[in-house]
Design a protein around this ligand. Sequence first.
Ligand code: TXA
Ligand code: MG
Length: 362
Amino acid sequence: MQTVLWIPDNHPPLTKTYPDTIIRSLPLAAIIREATNLLATGELVAFPTETVYGLGANALDQQALARVFAAKGRPSDNPLIAHVASLSQVAMLSDQVPTIAWELMSRFWPGPLSILLPALPTLPMQLTAGLPHVAVRMPRHAIARALIASLGHPIAAPSANLSGRPSPTTPDHVLTDLAGRIGGVISSGACEVGIESTVVAIDENRIVILRPGQISGGDLEQLGYTVRYDAGLDDRDVKAVPRAPGQKYRHYAPTGQLTVVIGPDEKMIDYIQSGIRKSRAANLRVGVLYLAEEHYDEADLSIRLGVSRQSDEIARNLYSALRTCDDQMLDVIFVEGLPDQESFRAIGNRLYKAASGRVVQV
Ligand code: TXA
Ligand code: MG
């Protein structure tokens, strides 16, 4: 299949080329029109959101949803998030919206928060994977909202990566995984947040975080309700069963073996430096993802996740860094441990999954 890469006028072209891809540079309004036509005929269009690029399909079209699972190689028991452009579109997905959900919407939408709502019984099975709830989010990105409004239906959109690869935060990432497998991609540079939305459920009068994201437990508590994390979220407990099916997979996994090293700076740096020497002695390619200062000039590759120890900046850079590790064919990757603060919880969740439990405390 041929994939159309739409580049809005005045945006820079991509630096790499991709197979089965044609480039169309057009005014944004024309791009939205063409992309809407593809979606309306059941094709898939990847588009930018403030979190990561999404792989969009008409959320009410079963065949289009089936194509999403096929293009990504996604397990069929993992439900999708339905994206809306207005509150009136919520009614196309649920007719039992709890008061807390309305309060969350008015406080955090448009933005990186997905809310589980009781699903209308008529919704396609693939959208909810047969679960009683549907996840709904109103993205903040103007292109995402324009596309959904133009289609007139909610758009189901998982992250636009092949299953098991890091989520895409640039159009290059999308095309690396999906060129030739989808109808089109709307290019809009790098995503602002860089990790996926916070996913919450509402149990009685409590908010339960099923997937941590930039909107933290502390942010959610501002509404005055009790907030807790899903007990199945503990990334270091292999027996825990998460409520968001996507949390059980080994997501975001680089091909190299990734280890997170936690401890006081001096010990952590020592441990990583000696790991680098051992890896090199064994003829392995070794890389480091570090937080602030470089101490690793013997590594084959070192990437700074942020100039500061600020979670927003690290979140924005994380997936690109993991993809670079793959591109550079690293065998071994060390990551400096993150500060033990709530604002780093979402990044830690992604990293611990990528590390499959290899967390060393020094
Ligand atoms: O930021 C985001 O959320 C991005 C952008 C494109 O909006 N989308 C995204 O979708 O990350 P995806 O499919 O990669 O992740 C959706 C997560 C999965 O962990 C899935 O299991 C969970 O949300 N989820 C979706 N619907 C659910 C439901 N009805 N019940 C429980 N978990 C659900
Ligand atoms: Mg995903």
